[in-house]
Ligand binder design. Sequence first.
Ligand code: ASP
Length: 337
Amino acid sequence: MKKKICILNTGGTIGMVPTEQGYAPQKGFLASLLDEMPELKDAAMPEWEVIEFDPLLDSSNMTAEHWDAIGSTIDQHYEDYDGFVILHGTDTMSYTASALSFMLENLNKPVILTGSQIPLCKLRSDGRDNIIDSMIIAAEGVAREVCLYFGGKLLRGNRSTKVSADQLVAFESPNYPVLAKVGIDIKYNSAALLTPPQYGTFNFRPMHQVPIGVLKFFPGIQFNLFESIMTDKLRGIVLETFGAGNIPSYNNDLPGIIQKAFDKGTIVTVCSQCLHGSTMLGAYATSSPLKEAGAVSGYDMTTEAAVTKLYYLFSCGYSTKRIKDLMETDLRGELSK
Ligand code: ASP
């Protein structure tokens, strides 16, 4: 029997049309283009149906509310399809992929996010191959996790990051192997795939809007300027530190601020500005104060994964202690120690 794939159109360049203000999504346009693509009627293709979100978004406008809408649509139709292909803007695709990887608990079907750098209505669009390959991968059902497919590479969603604003191979997963390479054949890296859940049934966990912040360090940063935000306003903070988790030690404000934030229940997670490698709190004297003040290590997580994991864990309603522990625990293949 033919496999059946659900295409969820959330917006993004792939379905955009040129307007006087620049490219913008247009209702019904992408679905009409897909209807006209002879490749999608090929006998080798799975059956497919499109669900279009309203409004269609440039992905810069995505929020936790939209992740919820995508997750709950998958939840409602989980039994109706063999896999899901989510068409999405590239700008925040890695955030949505990471968020869904946490929200879709015990997932046992492929959920593939894809899009394009050039709209599908243009001659040289990369969207055509990205859609066809994603649909085939979703139908094959080998990778039963949230993935991002782009430019010939299937990546784990919560390991991916957008690395180019203009190249057609726009995403990488710097700290994790590619799940599949698409050339003449689709070659899966079976050792890198998540093991399908052994126990437990699929469950969708909605995400709530939680005050989360990301602070990127730079030489000369004055921590005191960020004190009230870090200690009063935020529940979770991702610090993008230097190298393996290092912070400047020319003034001693930061450990005190982190300690204060921590005492108020704010989770401070230490990630690195480097694309490759892991944070190791305590490896250098310049990272020890973070550890002592109660920060947790994000190890080799991307900022996208750390931010969405904080949203998820707070939405689960766990205690501060549990959230701290789980931030350092691998839940969906998002980190390695
Ligand atoms: N701004 C667009 C978006 O993220 C870019 C893209 O789709 O490539 O929706």
